[in-house]
Design a protein. Structure first.
Length: 644
């Protein structure tokens, strides 16, 4: 019994399948791709039907590709897993066959048939199991708590109580309406997310991943601390497409972390740089992992506006990261990457065709096209441009492999989205969202800053060990109404939640991205996590800034926007300098470093006096360093003159 409990309190593990099962997965992946390319961009099917069939494919793929538990690792598909895979797929087909009835029936009025009840139970149970296997027991436990709350709320006294519900009503709402499992999260996964994962996989398979790494190396390899700067640039390129900080760390970190260690960075710092850079990719336009697509549906904001608003905060994040990496390299007197340096213009000239799909994608998005259709078009353009030069030309075999990789890469996000749909459905059915907002206001006294701090903590806590989409969706449902109630804009409120949901992947004690970096670097996970948090300090502070300085989101008059960006950049520079103990030269006194960090924080706070105090402290530190540097130069000149 103890072994079973221990096995259940763990995630499954991807199987190394034998050939016949690999072929089965390949067939399912190709069938899913055909269904998605036919249905997702053009909306040929009702949302409920499309999402349910998509979920059926995902359930089948999960039980074939993931073992029951990491404690009971097995590369063979067990009979129960095969039965679960068939049942999951059958549930999707059942809803497809009876689609017209499910779309037109009155929920809660028209009774469910025995097969309706059976397949609803199948979907709920299987979604719980695939969530445990692919996302982890934490989110599964959260879902179980919400399910218990749905049934037991009538026995809870006070504001948290509700009238409760019976099993049939719960199953009906959760499986056969858009208020439950087939809700907005799964809808986003079945459209935008799938298509852009396909785009990212095809782009990488076409050779663009190698191009981005070469470009980053040609730009930064010859600079002081070049390997770390290569990691920052290449991880930013790759991270905006991958959508998973951990996957980004594993992919790019296998090259960059050993390179950083070779030139003299400590293992913990090397792992931290890669983790921070990879995590930031989920905040970087134009793709932002999957966050931008989720915001389109959840917040109702056009995609083009989201990526425009997110640009400056993301650049500030990478500016702060690059400054810390640069100062650390100077302090340690680290060498550059050895070997012949490629000319960036030559690299671009030889590989400019890889930028064409990105340009087409951004152009179509600015025209207001459906992002799912844009992702499909960008994918087709990528396949076409792969034929410009030999070596990475994508034929039928390469395309089929990309479709298979897309299906398996979608599993975790889709399962997390289905799970989030259950939680969101429970919140809607019980009215918990409004109650949570009231509780939040009662705790913080409706103080805007305290409310923001509480929401940030909720994002990080709910997101620990959970994919970014699930963390964002859960927190947006609970906390976004509270921020909107305080007068913050829809854009700022949801971007704030996106930032802290993303940073949950980097924040100890469950810093999954940092732990992945530590594993590659051979470093202590906790040390790497805390180092990564320091490197990503801008991501913890900039969201508070754009809540009060909308100019960072390109809202307001041009002078206000320019001033906000200038002040925020100086603040991030001061913070980075204080943390690393270096501006124009080393800062040896702890008090001076502390004052510089404090000045950076003060400068981030809106208001004329805060701006003046922060600028005076940082400007004074710079002036003092210039004066002492000049005096040191003069004294050295006089010393040499006297010797002569």
């Amino acid at each position: 019994m103890a072994n079973l409990i221990q096995a259940l309190w763990s995630e499954g593990r991807p199987r190394n399948l034998p050939p016949r099962w690999k072929n089965a997965v390949a067939v399912l992946a190709l069938a899913l791709a055909a269904f998605q390319i036919w249905g997702a961009p053009f909306g040929f099917l009702e949302g409920l039907i499309h999402r349910s069939v998509f979920l059926g494919f995902i359930l089948a793929l999960t039980f074939l590709c993931y073992s029951f538990s990491s404690k009971r690792e097995s590369n063979k598909v067990s009979p129960p897993d095969l039965i679960f895979a068939v049942l999951g797929f059958a549930a999707g087909i059942y809803i497809l066959i009876n689609g017209e009835r499910f779309v037109t029936r009155w929920v809660g009025v028209d009774p469910m048939t025995i097969p309706d009840i059976f397949f609803a139970l199948v979907v709920v149970i299987l979604v719980l199991e695939v969530t445990r296997r692919t996302v982890g027991p934490v989110l599964t436990l959260i879902i179980l708590v919400f399910i218990a709350y749905c049934f037991l709320g009538q026995f809870i006294p006070g504001e948290l109580g509700h009238r409760g519900m019976n099993l049939l009503n719960f199953l009906d709402r959760m499986v056969y309406t858009l208020d439950g499992i087939p809700g907005t999260p799964l809808g986003v996964a079945a459209t935008y997310v799938y298509m852009f994962i396909l785009f990212g996989v095809v782009l990488n398979a076409s050779g663009a991943g190698v191009f981005f790494f070469r470009l980053a190396t040609s730009i930064a390899g010859h600079l002081v601390g070049g390997p770390a700067k290569i990691a920052v640039i290449s991880s930013a390129f790759y991270g905006t497409m991958s959508g998973s900080p951990t996957a980004n760390v594993v992919t790019t970190g296998s090259f960059t972390i050993p390179l950083m260690k070779r030139v003299g960075y400590t293992p913990a710092f090397a792992g931290a740089v890669e983790a921070a850079a990879s995590t930031g990719g989920s905040l970087l336009p134009p793709i932002m992992g999957t966050a931008a697509f989720l915001m389109v549906d959840v917040a109702g904001i056009p995609y083009g506006k989201i990526i425009m608003a997110a640009a400056i905060p993301a650049l500030l994040y990478y500016f702060g990261l690059m400054i810390q990496v640069h100062y650390r390299a100077i302090k340690l007197n680290l060498p550059t990457v050895q070997g012949e340096r490629e000319n960036p213009l030559v690299v671009l000239k030889e590989n400019f065709h890889y930028l064409i799909p990105l340009a087409v994608m951004v152009w179509l998005i600015t025209l207001g096209w459906n992002p799912t259709l844009v992702g499909l078009i960008a994918t087709l353009v990528t396949i076409a441009v792969s034929w410009v030069r030999p070596g990475n030309r994508m034929g039928p075999k390469e395309i089929m492999k990309a479709l298979e990789d897309t299906a398996t890469s979608t599993i975790t996000v889709a399962n997390a989205s289905a799970a989030a749909g259950m939680v969101i459905g429970g919140i809607m059915l019980t009215g918990l969202g409004g109650k949570f907002t009231g509780m939040l206001f009662s705790i913080t006294g409706s103080d805007p800053l305290l409310t923001l701090i509480m929401v940030a903590l909720v994002c990080i806590l709910l997101g620990m060990g959970m994919p970014i989409p699930a963390a964002y969706l859960l927190t947006a449902t609970l906390a976004a109404p509270a921020l909107l109630g305080l007068g913050f804009t829809m854009m700022a409120s949801h971007l704030f939640i996106v930032y802290f949901s993303t940073m949950s992947a980097l924040t100890p004690p469950v810093a999954v991205a940092a732990y992945a970096g530590a594993g590659i670097a051979g470093a202590n996970p906790n040390t790497t996590g805390f180092q990564a948090t320091k490197l990503a300090i801008a991501a913890y502070l900039v969201p508070f800034v754009f809540m009060y300085r909308p100019g960072l989101l390109l809202e307001g008059a041009p002078p206000a926007i320019i001033w906000s960006v200038f002040v925020a950049a100086i603040a991030v520079w001061g913070l980075a300098g204080g943390i690393e103990g270096y501006l124009l030269k080393p800062i040896k006194m702890t008090l001076h470093r502390a004052m510089l960090v404090l000045a950076g924080v003060v400068l981030l706070w809106p208001g004329l006096w805060a701006d003046l105090v922060g600028l005076i402290v940082i400007g004074g530190t710079v002036a003092l360093q210039i004066i002492t540097r000049k005096n040191g130069t003069i004294n050295q000149y006089q010393l040499r003159t006297n010797r002569l």
